[in-house]
Design a protein around this ligand. Structure first.
Ligand SMILES: N[C@@H](CCC(=O)N[C@@H](CS)C(=O)NCC(=O)O)C(=O)O
Length: 111
């Protein structure tokens, strides 16, 4: 699988989670201003929303949105989730709060 990321951006969370889950992955950085990847690919062709993170699975399917990417990674390693009947709900609750109420990206034009 492959993570598209930008140094210093919110994709760092996915980078850390992939390492914590001990998953093998490639990574490619994205220039968020130029909207190109390190290999020169047109980033909007990979994610029309123009955002990192993007995780391309081994199946070729693409997962975007930090909450969904982190939830997918947590699903690969039970140690990254929370136990109990509300465990996944509590993880999603925390990720949604961070994504919608806390996240401010210094790299984003919109702040
Ligand atoms: N809704 C997206 C937002 C992700 C996001 O804001 N990513 C920033 C980096 S932290 C980005 O790629 N910004 C590019 C831009 O604003 O053009 C998510 O939750 O994953």
């Amino acid at each position: 699988m492959k993570l598209y990321y930008c140094p210093g951006a919110c994709s760092l969370a996915d980078h850390i989670a992939l390492h914590e889950a001990r998953l093998a992955f490639e990574r490619e950085s994205v220039d968020l201003e130029a909207k190109t990847t390190a290999s020169g690919a047109d980033f909007p062709a990979i994610n029309p929303k123009g955002y990192v993170p993007v995780l391309v699975l081994d199946s070729g399917e693409t997962v975007t949105e930090n909450l969904a990417v982190l939830d997918w990674i947590a699903g690969q390693d039970p140690a990254l989730g929370l136990d109990g009947p509300l465990g996944r709900t509590r993880v999603l609750e925390a990720l949604a709060y961070i994504s919608t109420e806390v996240h401010r990206c210094p790299l984003c034009a919109t702040g």
